[in-house]
Design a protein around this ligand. Structure first.
Ligand code: TXA
Ligand code: MG
Length: 320
């Protein structure tokens, strides 16, 4: 077994440490940083290889869409389409522990892996001033889920992050204990009516005071379970898994150069990290008029392969 070298920890209030963190983020590395809610494991949201490293570092079994963090409301509304409600919420609660799901702007540079293939993006302007300085210096949206291994409790101190992810991030920025300690409120403003996807420090009552009635759509709710499934990206073409040859009318998505007439290969060298990074973008490219079915070569199930296969099974599942 290889032992990873420990991750250095530096104070977030040290401008040199933030400059190093911003440089690392721009180079595609992972940096853990404090926000007012919980510590995030950050990566360049526009770089799908960097975002794939987040899923690998967390041992995340599936590709849930991630929040992109930006330093100002203007930066957020350059990526996602503002609505009147979104502007009202931003004026009252940004910077702060609130995430808005908005329709992507055409040309939005956020990688498809970051949004799990969805046409919407989740955006947050964190309340922590040090976090906003880091984001301004990184000069690109930073995807950041909580900085813990999948299935474990979110970290609210730098020591928790080191326990969870030692050796898996290039740098941990320490800002002391997180004042909120609970992940941000997530509100979906991309549809006809606002829907509360995750409760948090900005309460439903505070949101309703600005927007009027808000639907509750908390993950795991019987009512929203089908919606949660539907929200996962499925191409227009059907998807055939574990394919070993290309049939008429199919586009072939290979892994490891198994056929000679593939339209795309997730990784000719069988690198799961590279395959994860390319998956959603590749499905989009192959999902074009005239393609009835996307045939996908078998992908190993270990490591990140579990997440890749989970997403492919969802894409291949019968449509309602
Ligand atoms: O407080 C927080 O929000 C922390 C700190 C680090 O900012 N971040 C965090 O990120 O909790 P994450 O990636 O663990 O939470 C993302 C949440 C998930 O519930 C996900 O399903 C939802 O946001 N989400 C992200 N993008 C979405 C989208 N396009 N549509 C619907 N839900 C989305
Ligand atoms: Mg989490």
């Amino acid at each position: 077994m290889t032992t990873l070298p420990p991750t250095p920890t530096r104070p977030v209030d040290d401008p040199d440490a933030r400059a190093e963190a911003a440089r690392l983020l721009r180079g595609g590395a992972l940096v853990a940083f404090p926000t007012e809610t919980v510590y995030g494991l950050g990566a360049d949201a526009t770089n799908e290889d960097a975002v794939a490293r987040i899923f690998a570092a967390k041992d995340r079994p599936r590709f849930n869409p991630l929040i992109s963090h930006v330093p100002t409301s203007d930066a957020a509304f350059a990526l996602g389409q503002a609505t009147a409600g979104a502007e009202r919420l931003a004026a009252a609660h940004w910077p702060g522990p609130l995430t808005m799901v908005l329709q992507r702007h055409p040309g939005c540079p956020i990688a498809w892996l970051t949004s799990a293939g969805l046409e919407t993006v989740a955006l947050r302007v964190p309340g922590s001033a040090a976090a906003r300085s880091l984001l301004a210096e990184a000069d690109r949206p930073i995807a950041a889920p909580s900085a813990n291994r999948s299935g474990r409790v979110s970290p609210t101190t730098a020591a928790h992050v080191a326990e969870e992810l030692d050796g898996r991030a290039a740098l941990i920025l320490d800002g002391g204990p997180c004042p909120v300690g609970l992940e941000s409120t997530v509100i979906d403003l991309s549809g006809d009516r606002p829907r509360l996807l995750r409760p948090g420090a900005v309460t439903r009552e505070q949101i309703e005071a600005l927007l009027g009635p808000v639907e509750l759509a908390v993950e795991g709710d019987a009512i929203t379970a089908p919606g949660m499934l539907a929200s996962h990206y499925a191409p227009n073409a059907s998807v055939r898994l574990d394919a070993t040859e290309r049939r008429p009318g199919e586009a072939f998505l290979d892994f490891g150069a198994t056929v000679s007439d593939a339209d795309a290969d997730l990784s000719p060298s069988r690198d799961l990290l590279a395959a994860a990074a390319k998956l959603f973008a590749a499905l989009r490219v192959l999902d074009r008029p005239g393609v009835a079915t996307i045939a996908v070569a078998p992908i190993p199930t270990e490591g990140l392969g579990a997440a890749i296969n989970d997403r492919l099974r969802r894409a291949a599942a019968p449509r309602s």
